[in-house]
Structure formats: structure tokens, C-alpha cells
Design a protein around this ligand. Structure first.
Ligand code: SF4
Ligand code: SF4
Ligand code: SF4
Length: 265
């Protein structure tokens, strides 16, 4: 819960920085499209008629998970968390990969192959966590800003953008797909033409340029600060007794996900 709070807060303040700076799945996804670029000298983009509806898929998945949680009462959520399944959900997750079935293996191969060919396939189309952070990031005061006076229209920023955003055509990047990776800023050859800027209140909004180190420092402070607080106050580790956990682990495959009708039992 502390991690979820950290990453949502990070999105509210620093855009979807979790995705480009911290997420291990995002890193793996990046390795895959870079492999594809090395093998085929390019990555592919789906045509717009397929790209747009597919981008909605992650929001549908997010909606499903939010509906599943919202449709449970507090007591039902507590009962689920304290069911054998909820207590060893982490072991269940590990076992999913340790004893991978045919359907799971085919899904992983399809996702892996798609990610080699299409940049960030999983993140762009399927990840509900990224969808949640993207929606939260719309409230962030940070935006990539282009100064048309300094811009020389080379389009290097758009080509470098892992989220395929038309940075060279926009004055302000507002998209929920922007992960604050700063790739566009790094490749821009025109000094000062492109920057990550923060909207500051005052007499009307004014934009303050943000140095990359300040973004990195903000991410580190949020992540280390909140997880450090959870550790110091004893909220980091589970209060499940170790011997009970060890008793449940060998029976992880027998623990069934409680079904809706069983929640209140
Ligand atoms: S979209 Fe999902 S998998 Fe991709 S980097 Fe973000 S949180 Fe990680
Ligand atoms: S390259 Fe720039 S516009 Fe694209 S995701 Fe990264 S920070 Fe956002
Ligand atoms: S890389 Fe810089 S100079 Fe080139 S189009 Fe983008 S903002 Fe303009």
C-alpha cells in the first residue's frame, strides 16, 4: 500500500516518472524493443486506426480492477486479505511463473514478441497500472515544453520519444502517455528549445524550467522518503507470523481465489 501511494503521489507531482525511472517491467520492455531495433533496424508502429482503440485496452483493464475492488465492502476486502489466498498472494504470483501453464506461456511469448517489434507494446496497450498512473499524471504541474522561437524543427525529439508523441509539433506535452523520461530533452540540439517545466501559481500561471537532476532528486526523495518512513514506523513488513506463512507456502497451489459468492463466508 505504501508503494502504491508513493507511485500515485509521484504521478500526481512528477508525471508518470515511475514508468521510465523505476518500473522493472518497463526496463525489461525497453530492452526488448531495443533488441528489436538492433535486429530489424527499426520498431514498428501500429496504424492509427488500431493504435487508438488498443490504447483504450489498459483503461478497460483498470476499470475492471477498480470495479472489482469498489464492489467489495470493507469487511469483504478484509476477509479476502486474510484468506489463505490473500495471505500468500505473493507466493501464488511466483508460482504462476514457476509452474507456467500452456496458456500463460503462449501469452508471455506473444507479449514478448510484440514488444520486440512494437516499442513498449505492453506499457502502451495493456498495463492497467500505467493507465492509473497516466490518469493521475494529468494533474501533475510538470510538462515537457517546446519553445518555438528556439526550435529548429529537426524532429529529433519526436523520433526519440518512446511513447511516440509528436513533441516537435506541440508547445506543451499534456498526454497521459508521457513518462517524463527526458529522452526528447536529451537529444534536442537547440539549446533551451525543449525542457521539462513546472507550472507555478502566481499572477497567472508561469512556467519554471526544471533541471533533470531536480526531477531525479524528487523521485528519489519520494521513493526513499515514503518507503523509509514505512520501515521506521514498522509498516513495511507483514505482521503475518513467520511460522504461519511457512505452513501456508507448501499449500500455495491448493489456495483458490475466493469467488464473489464466497466473499462474505
Ligand atoms: S506502463 Fe506498467 S509495466 Fe510499463 S513502465 Fe508503467 S507501470 Fe511499468
Ligand atoms: S520523450 Fe519526452 S515527451 Fe516523450 S515520453 Fe519522454 S519526456 Fe515525455
Ligand atoms: S529536437 Fe529540439 S530543435 Fe528539434 S524539433 Fe524538437 S524541440 Fe525543436
Amino acid at each position: 500500500m505504501f508503494l502504491v501511494i508513493t507511485f500515485v503521489l509521484m504521478a500526481l507531482l512528477l508525471r508518470k516518472a515511475f514508468c521510465s525511472w523505476l518500473c522493472p517491467v518497463g526496463t525489461f520492455s525497453e530492452w526488448l524493443w531495443k533488441l528489436g531495433r538492433r535486429l530489424f533496424r527499426r520498431n514498428y508502429l501500429l496504424p492509427r486506426w488500431a493504435d487508438l482503440p488498443l490504447r483504450g485496452l489498459k483503461y478497460l483493464l483498470l476499470g475492471f480492477f477498480l470495479w472489482a475492488v469498489a464492489s467489495m465492502s470493507t469487511a469483504e476486502i478484509g476477509a479476502f486479505l486474510h484468506s489463505p489466498y490473500g495471505l500468500i498472494a505473493d507466493v501464488k504470483m511466483l508460482n504462476f511463473f514457476r509452474f507456467l501453464g500452456m496458456a500463460g506461456a503462449i501469452t508471455l511469448v506473444v507479449l514478448g514478441a510484440s514488444s520486440v517489434l512494437i516499442q513498449n507494446f505492453w506499457c502502451r496497450y495493456c498495463c492497467p497500472y500505467g493507465a492509473l498512473l497516466g490518469l493521475a499524471s494529468l494533474a501533475s504541474p510538470l510538462r515537457i515544453r517546446r519553445d518555438p522561437q528556439g526550435c529548429i524543427d529537426c524532429a529529433k525529439c519526436a523520433r526519440a520519444c518512446p511513447s511516440a508523441l509528436p513533441v516537435d509539433k506541440l508547445l506543451t506535452v499534456k498526454s497521459a502517455e508521457c513518462t517524463a523520461c527526458l529522452e526528447c530533452v536529451a537529444v534536442c540540439p537547440a539549446a533551451g528549445a525543449l525542457s521539462m517545466s513546472a507550472a507555478l501559481p502566481g499572477a497567472g500561471w508561469r512556467w519554471q524550467r526544471l533541471q533533470p537532476w531536480a526531477l531525479a532528486a524528487g523521485i528519489a526523495i519520494l521513493f526513499l522518503g515514503i518507503s523509509g518512513y514505512a520501515r521506521l514506523t514498522g509498516h513495511w513488513n507483514t505482521n503475518l507470523p513467520g511460522d504461519l506463512y511457512m505452513q501456508l507456502v507448501p499449500h500455495a497451489n491448493e489456495a483458490r481465489h475466493p469467488m464473489p459468492g464466497e466473499r462474505s463466508k
